[in-house]
Write a protein that binds this ligand. Structure first.
Ligand code: SAM
Length: 292
């Protein structure tokens, strides 16, 4: 791995640099080194990133790359890198391409045969998860749900049966309606962690039943202020909903086989986790025991 001492030139590449989501102390040493050493910085919003650079006494030519011009701007970035420049890309906060622009640029640079170097750091999703206590370690990041309730509920429906935790981003003006839809569509007994204003002065992280979340938001106007990561915890094992096809396969196999073998084969057939199917076997046929 090459290290970059201050103000040396970096090899030509696109450096995808994560920046803080609130607390500027969360910038990494490598991010600072990279921003100091690149030839140019491409940014989602040059004003936001200009302030960040100024805070760290870094002055670089800035160019704006937003979602609407990402494809065209990518050609410029590719030309710079091909000519020998090191170019950084930063979004407004956190890790680029995580519910932020950047993915198209990265894909275009890689497709042009040029190097993309991730400079990792903060993301709201990992920050929230690190404090949520999801013991299974399984989670699905969904990012933002659609703004319209009908499509939002339909999307939630497709996630309801998954055995993992579900992680969403939400803005303050939509948090109440989104949580109301979650409580209506998902099992409202599932715990939900609301991680608000992470790394900032008024950070709050609470875990409560989904059914109680709308009431918690309504209880205090401060509760709806700020940016949110919403983590719906996994359904408890006994309530894991296995889709109808997995259940049918398991049922047929359980008529002939002990639970361990039935779960193993059902897992191969359906692609679902063996452990989850084994638990389901015992729930379907509590009297069935493997021979020891
Ligand atoms: N790229 C960013 C990342 O890596 O986390 C996410 C950018 S996305 C446009 C902004 C959303 O991320 C917010 O609406 C909120 O859901 C979440 N977010 C960003 N900063 C946050 C913070 N300090 N506390 C809680 N959520 C935050």
């Amino acid at each position: 791995m090459s290290e970059s001492p201050h103000h040396t030139r970096l090899p030509p590449a696109l450096y995808v640099v994560a920046t803080p989501i609130g607390n500027l102390g969360d910038i990494t040493l490598r991010a600072l080194d990279t921003l100091k050493c690149v030839d140019r910085v491409a940014a989602e919003d040059t004003r936001v990133s200009g302030q960040l650079l100024a805070h760290f006494n870094i002055s670089k030519p800035l160019v704006s790359i937003r979602e609407h011009n990402e494809r065209v701007a990518a050609d410029k970035v590719i030309a710079w890198i091909a000519a020998g420049d090191a170019v950084a890309y930063v979004s407004d906060a956190g890790t680029p391409a995580i519910s932020d622009p950047g993915a198209r640029l990265v894909a275009a640079v890689r497709a042009a045969g040029l190097t993309v170097v991730p400079i990792p750091g903060v993301s709201a999703v990992t920050t929230a998860l690190s404090a949520a206590g999801i013991e299974s370690g399984q989670w699905l990041f969904h990012g933002f749900l659609p703004p319209k309730s009908g499509t939002r509920r339909a999307q939630l429906q497709t996630l309801a049966a998954l055995p993992s935790a579900l992680v969403f981003y939400e803005a303050p003006h939509r948090i109440e309606e989104t949580l109301a839809d979650m409580a209506a569509v998902l099992d409202s007994a599932r715990p939900v962690t609301l991680a608000r204003e992470l790394t900032k002065r008024f950070e709050s992280i609470v875990t409560l039943a989904l059914a109680d979340a709308p009431g918690w938001l309504a209880a205090d106007p401060n509760h709806v202020r700020g940016e949110f990561v919403v983590i719906v915890h996994p359904p408890v094992a006994s309530e894991v909903v296995v889709d109808a096809e997995a259940m049918r396969v398991l049922d047929v196999l359980l008529a002939e086989l002990p639970p361990t073998l039935a779960a193993k084969l059902a897992s191969k057939i359906t692609g679902r986790s063996k452990a989850e199917l084994y638990k389901m076997s015992l729930a379907l046929k509590p009297q069935a025991q493997d021979d020891v």
